[in-house]
Design a protein around this ligand. Structure first.
Ligand code: NAI
Ligand code: PYL
Ligand code: MG
Length: 259
């Protein structure tokens, strides 16, 4: 998994506010509204315990404090444990956490201890970014381009298929592309024979993955991928409506999915 850096998370509140405004411009709903529509759940007074984890590459600076800011932004009562790992988990439960948030280098989970539901960040992130893309108010058709079909992109593509969109998918991993085309019934996008889209969902760990030829004026690009899929220059040239944020949208999707 591509790991976040402390730099990605600088000023997370501002990043979230800007993403929330972008989601409202694109869909007419704010991020909470998207979550409600996606999962048919609403938060009560669930207390969220955030447990830092030292295994593997260890603590990511700003990670736990960003999760604290994100949960507060979306109205959850939350706290970060003083201790990491198993001691932190014990501390979280002893201090009344009903939902645990914790991540190692492979898995970022939300576990609701009351109802037993558990969520993984990758599918929850794919689903919500795809849902945002699918709700673009000015879309010219139900055609969507999905770039990157990995652990985030695949569930997002599956969600779009499930919602009745015509999904064109691209991934340079040919085995994965073929498997996804056959499993989901999507159309393989051929970069040699491109066309324009008004809805694009991207989930790759690479920059500049969106070629100019696929961009239509005012298209939406909904992307959790880090670094950003598009240059500032192309974004401005085509007035691309960009929804991109490093941690909060995926996290709140996880939280609503376990309510
Ligand atoms: P993954 O490694 O499972 O999948 C990435 C896919 O992108 C691979 O199949 C790869 O072949 C493909 N790819 C690479 N270069 C490409 C290109 N030029 N064009 C099209 N496809 C290309 O990674 P995963 O877990 O799906 O994560 C994707 C990105 O999303 C990463 O940058 C990760 O850090 C980020 N992420 C962001 C979150 C957020 O809240 N913003 C949450 C979770 C992940
Ligand atoms: C959660 C994300 C989104 C993108 N990449 C994933 C990532 O960076 N995962 C690693 C998270 C490790 C957190 C660390 C800590 O500070 O508790 N163990
Ligand atoms: Mg996010």
């Amino acid at each position: 998994m591509a790991l976040l850096t402390p730099h990605d998370l600088i000023n997370i509140n501002k990043q979230l506010q800007e993403a929330d405004s972008a989601v409202q411009r694109v869909t007419g709903l704010d991020i909470k509204g998207i979550c409600k529509a996606l999962y048919s759940t609403s938060p009560g007074s669930e207390k969220v315990g955030i447990v830092p984890v030292t295994s593997g590459n260890g603590i990511i600076g700003n990670f736990s404090s960003s999760l604290h800011a994100i949960t507060q932004y979306f109205g959850f009562d939350s706290f970060v444990t003083d201790m990491p790992d198993v001691s932190g988990y014990y501390e979280a439960v002893r201090n009344g956490a009903e939902i645990i948030l914790m991540a190692d280098d492979h898995t970022f989970l939300a576990h609701n201890l009351k109802n037993g539901k558990i969520a993984n960040n990758q599918p929850c992130t794919g689903m919500i970014y795809a849902e945002i893309a699918s709700r673009y108010l000015k879309a010219d058709s139900k055609d969507v381009l999905v770039v990157g079909l990995g652990k985030v992109g695949f569930p997002g593509a599956a969600h779009l298929v499930h919602k009745g969109f015509r999904v064109y998918g691209y991934d340079p991993d040919e085995t994965l592309l073929k498997k996804t085309v056959s499993n989901l019934g999507i159309i393989s996008f051929d970069p040699e024979n491109p066309r324009k889209f008004s809805i694009i969902f991207e989930a790759t760990p690479c920059a500049n993955t969106i070629p100019e030829v696929v961009l239509s004026e005012n298209c939406v690009l909904s992307t959790p991928g880090i670094p950003c899929a598009i240059s500032d220059e192309l974004r401005k040239k085509y007035h691309v409506q960009l929804v991109a944020e490093p941690l909060g949208i995926g996290t709140v999707s996880m939280l609503y999915s376990v309510l």
